[in-house]
Design a binder for this molecule. Structure first.
Ligand code: GCB
Length: 600
């Protein structure tokens, strides 16, 4: 059947409006670029029936004539703060999962011979961006950044950005259906316009070569560049300048000695100003240089064995409800971490805001970063593997120059089926191919307990990792705290082990005997037995108890005790420290003092 003219026109119009491209290559080091912030109030429309999605309805249409009807108006719609999840900003959105359309008008003056990218730090989970009514790009994945080349669509003067964000959960998403955390929807991190020359430096790796404490190796990539561009990398404080020439792929490789380098460590989080320049572009960064390796069952930082005095976190705002973001939240969270005596943080279970990664670099905390390949994922579908690889790639691209980050984690608590093993091995390969300088890890829980005092771990992916984590909740989900006293750990003993989770719930200010569930004393008891038992494991190289602070979870529904919060925090949702906080603090402070006296 030959379509009539009207149908044809509709199809053409629809495809013009609905065509969307993938994001442009991710630009690293966004905070040192020339940017225009689009943070602040955005008008929004809740599209619970997704009527806008197929028809691209909410594109800021205006009635063209006095009789035309347009049944929405962004200009008089309520606003949401960006960055920020929608759930915690309006009570009626607390439980909302679906599509929300965001709109912001802004004045912009494009510069001649420069490109402008629209950068979004994170939008959970699917985002579609329009500029001035034209589709710009789409992105999937709720915790990693993306940027799109908006140059052809931006006008001199008034512009309108519209972003639809949908956080509906699906079995073939990463994460999938039922994570134990709140599915905070929306544009949760910074939004900005980034101005770059037409050929510009997208990303680079300037790091110590694996195993070395004085040889820097890496590369610089230029987008849209003709071959043979000259690249210069300078570290002014060390009086070092290195030049290289980009090949046809736009990549210039470099390697040079840095004999007088002061190494980054938690005790001395030294950052150097590093300047990177191409013929057309220049950018500076602050980079800490340190080596991280495994030898036998030891983890070596700058060649010396270390113990990771860690804590697990969620990216949950410290003194209010919602997803944390920005420097102020990071400052409070890392302040608590410092008070505990930690030198290490496991940022569970997904990539966090770049602000906290940068702050850890400055304050001297080593980091475990993770992708949300959490518990149950659709392991057999190649498209799902691609989603996980994409998130891992975006994370590594963003953070590969942060000395604080010492390991990438590729999964948490997944069942060791052949499909899962193959999937996770692909992620391990991806991590190693993108970054040869860091360790690869995972949090496992594939154990059996033939009797209350024996824990047998059987997970083949441990063989593929540099360091492995075990999540064990002896004393809470399994048995009683005293079971730990005589625990036999039948687990891999040929590489460093981290106890990546243990703990128990306590409602802050609820007191009782040590065996009373939900009492602070019970949580304290679990910590005492755990700490004593874990110290006896000869190949234990760190621990990250679960978890720094109580966090919202739809899976925790006990009235009065939980009220929608997982209460395994050492700190309550309102910021009060529980008794177990001080048990861990005492242990870590003692270890730190001992390490310092050995180091003298
Ligand atoms: C786990 C998960 C974590 C949960 C925690 C719990 O093993 O990794 O996401 O929140 O246990 O509290 O049960």
């Amino acid at each position: 059947m030959i379509p009539n003219f009207r149908t044809l026109l509709c199809v053409i119009m629809f495809s013009i409006v609905s065509w969307a491209q993938s994001p442009a290559p991710l630009v690293q080091n966004i905070f040192h670029r020339n940017t225009v912030s689009l943070n602040g109030d955005w008008h929004y429309i809740v599209d619970s029936h997704d009527i806008g999605v197929g028809r691209h309805y909410y594109l800021n249409a205006r009635p063209g004539t006095s009789t035309a009807v347009v049944e929405y108006d962004f200009a008089v719609s309520p606003t949401l703060q960006v960055p920020g999840d929608w759930n915690s900003q309006h009570p009626e959105l607390l439980l909302y999962e679906g599509t929300v359309w965001y709109e912001k008008s802004f004045v912009y003056h494009p510069q001649p011979n420069r490109s402008t990218l629209l950068y979004i730090g994170a939008a959970n989970y699917r985002a579609h961006v329009w500029i001035n009514g034209q589709s710009l790009c789409e992105h999937e994945g709720g915790f990693t950044p993306f940027n799109c080349d908006a140059t052809p669509l931006l006008k001199d003067g008034e512009n309108v950005a519209i972003i639809s964000v949908n956080d509906t959960r699906h079995t073939d998403d990463v994460p999938a259906l039922a994570p134990d955390w709140w599915n905070y929807g929306g544009i949760t991190r910074d939004v900005m316009l980034v101005e770059v020359p037409q050929t510009f430096i997208t990303d680079y790796a300037v790091q110590l070569e694996r195993g070395s404490t004085n040889h820097i190796a890496g590369w610089v990539r230029i987008a849209g560049a003709p071959a043979s561009q000259k690249i210069t990398v300078r570290i002014p404080e060390l009086d070092l300048t290195q030049t290289a020439t980009a090949g046809d792929d736009g990549i210039a490789h470099l390697a040079f000695d840095a004999p007088k380098l002061q190494l980054w460590s938690p005790e001395n989080p030294k950052l150097y100003k590093v300047e990177i320049a191409s013929d057309a572009d220049r950018v500076s960064d602050e980079i800490g240089f340190r080596s991280i390796e495994v030898r036998g069952t030891e983890i070596l930082l700058n060649g010396h064995p270390i113990f990771l005095r860690g804590i697990d976190t969620h990216e949950e705002a410290p003194n209010r409800s919602g997803r944390a973001h920005g420097d102020d939240d990071a400052q409070i969270m890392l302040g608590w971490v410092r008070d505990l005596g930690c030198n290490f943080v496991r940022l569970a279970h997904y990539p966090y805001d770049e602000h906290i990664i940068r702050m850890a670099d400055r304050l001297g905390f080593m980091l475990w970063e993770e992708v949300p390949v959490y518990q149950t994922i659709d392991w057999s579908t190649p498209a799902v593997l691609n989603k996980a690889k994409q998130q891992l790639t975006e994370l590594i691209t963003r953070d590969r120059n942060r000395g604080a980050v010492i390991m990438w984690s590729v999964t948490n608590e997944s069942r060791a089926t052949p499909e899962r093993n193959a999937f996770v091995r692909e992620l391990i390969k991806t991590a190693r191919s993108l970054d040869s300088t860091r360790l690869v890890t995972a949090a496992t829980n594939q154990f059996t307990r033939p009797d209350p005092h024996t824990l047998v771990l059987n997970d083949p992916i441990v063989d593929d990792l540099d360091v492995w984590g075990i999540n064990e909740y002896v004393g809470w989900y399994y048995g009683v705290p005293a079971d730990l006293d005589t625990m036999k750990w039948s687990v891999p003993d040929n590489k460093p082990m981290i106890v990546s989770e243990f703990g128990g719930e306590a409602k802050q200010s609820m007191h009782g005997p040590i065996d009373q569930r939900w009492a602070e004393e019970n949580q304290e008891e679990i910590y005492k037995h755990q700490i004593t038992a874990l110290q006896k494991i000869p190949f234990l190289r760190g621990m990250t108890p679960w978890v720094l602070k109580d966090f919202r979870s739809p899976n925790r529904q006990l009235p009065v005790l939980q009220d929608g919060y997982n209460r395994k925090g050492l700190i309550s949702d309102s910021g009060q420290r529980k008794k177990a906080f001080y048990v861990l603090q005492q242990f870590y402070q003692g270890m730190a003092a001992q390490a310092a006296s050995v180091g003298k």
